[in-house]
Design a protein around this ligand. Structure first.
Ligand SMILES: *Cc1c(COP(=O)(O)O)cnc(C)c1O
Length: 430
């Protein structure tokens, strides 16, 4: 593999950008080696600065669910750019996208646009606190809700990978208002609520965790949280930045049939442009400024180019339910191919999958929370990652991440993905 240009760019980047990257997990710290710099992407493939191509199993961490360089989305973006990239004033697409989101996501009656998932979760928590006049929130170990101060406590994703789940710079005052429970442990949540009677504003959760690898809720867990929140007047927030428009057009809440009070969105909603949103019950959302007292604003929020991209993608997903059927089928084929290959080899593993989210964990434990996710052989994951990279398959560069299968991945790509895995197992044994 020729890596001259990526190598050069990374050297230059390190002089002017902290760690050479604008988001930590991109630095490949968890898997070893230097990051690859990309020049373009199309369909299922990404092309680097060095002339290599890769089947993309991350898809920009989810947003490119239809594959890269989708023509409909690109056309919508071009058209919006020509009309001026920003007004700083209301425009038509904001209304149309808000209507579409309310139609697609079961619990959303009103929605506010922001520019990232982080902004969405920070704003949702402020709103929950303002609405309930309570300070404390419960989050789950290994769940990632962006890099807002309240959430960098036992955080997943890059924070887990970098070994900084509790970041310096978060004040003790902020940290003490975030209470922690293990994922899938309803009893522990009940204990926390009882011990902090009348003080919990919100429980925030990734209904399917994707930031400690893909971890599914056990039967009754999500329903149990809903019932508890109802009893105690606690706001239940589903952070569907990852699962929204991915597990189905209505996200995890549609799949599980449980309605949260507030939902945070990101990733797929912007089709690759920087967009996030939070929405939910009308009475709560009407607490947001200028209708209500909880302040939240954004110079570029509802940006016309970003709204056009999001609208093009979401309306396509809304009109084409077969997308979800196909990406799940593709994911299950990869899962079956991996399982078949693993039968011939002695290797501890667990695979978790739902819809088009999937993770291979190198452990003999069932992975149900952060504790069990951490039992994985991360060194082996690094070897597995680098072997795939050298053979043209681009996986998430850390054990504690989910893969995201796109609509562009077809039979040919599935065959290659499985073949590379078989080769990896063989060379490891040999
Ligand atoms: C990615 C992610 C975020 C953060 O979104 P950004 O756009 O990176 O700020 C928040 N919550 C979840 C569940 C995520 O997967």
């Amino acid at each position: 593999m020729n890596i001259t240009t990526s190598k050069e760019l990374f050297e230059r980047a390190q002089d002017y950008i902290p760690g050479g990257v604008n988001s930590p997990v991109r630095a490949f710290k968890a898997v070893g080696g230097d990051p690859i710099f990309f020049a373009k992407a199309e369909g299922a493939y990404m092309y680097d600065e060095d002339g290599n191509s890769y089947i993309d199993l991350i898809n920009s961490w989810g947003p490119m669910i239809l594959g890269h360089a989708n023509k409909k989305i690109e056309e919508a973006i071009f058209k919006a750019v020509i009309g001026s990239p920003s007004f700083g004033a209301p425009s038509r697409m904001e209304v149309e996208l808000a209507e579409l989101i309310s139609e697609m996501v079961p619990s959303i009656e009103k929605v506010r646009m922001v520019n990232s998932g982080t902004e969405a979760t920070m704003s949702a928590i402020r709103l929950a606190r303002g609405f309930t006049k309570r300070d404390k929130v419960i989050k789950f170990e290994g769940c990632y809700h962006g890099h807002g101060d309240s959430f960098l406590i036992a955080a997943g994703s890059g924070a887990a990978t970098m070994g900084t789940p509790n970041s310096p710079g978060v004040t003790e005052g902020t940290a003490k208002d975030t209470l922690l429970a293990p994922f899938n442990d309803l009893e522990k949540v009940k204990e926390l609520v009882a011990a902090n009677n009348g003080q919990i504003a919100a429980i925030i959760i990734e209904p399917v965790a994707g930031n400690m690898g893909c971890v599914l809720p056990e039967a009754g867990f999500i329903e149990g949280l809903r019932a508890l929140c109802d009893e105690e007047d606690i706001i239940l927030i589903f952070d569907e930045v990852m699962t929204g428009f991915r597990l189905g057009k209505g996200g995890a809440q549609e799949v599980f049939g449980v309605k949260p009070d507030l939902t945070t969105l990101g990733k797929i909603i912007g089709a690759g442009m920087p967009v996030g949103a939070y929405g939910g019950r009308k009475d709560i959302m009407d607490f947001v400024s200028p209708q209500g007292p909880v302040y939240q604003a954004g110079t570029l929020s509802g940006n016309p180019v970003a709204m056009a991209a999001g609208y093009a993608q979401l309306s396509y997903l809304n009109d084409h339910p077969e997308v979800y059927e196909q990406i799940e089928k593709t994911t299950k084929k990869i899962l079956a191919g991996y399982q078949k290959a693993l039968k011939k080899h002695k290797l501890n593993y667990t695979m978790n999958q739902i819809g088009s989210m999937i993770s291979l964990f190198f452990t003999d434990k069932k992975v149900i929370d952060f504790e069990t996710a951490k039992t994985c052989d991360t060194k082996l994951f690094g070897e597995y990652f680098r072997f795939n990279l050298e053979n043209g398959v681009y996986l998430p560069p850390a054990q504690f991440e989910s893969w995201f299968i796109s609509y562009s991945i077809g039979e040919e790509e599935v065959k290659k993905i499985i073949q590379v895995f078989e080769d990896f197992l063989k060379q490891r044994q040999g």
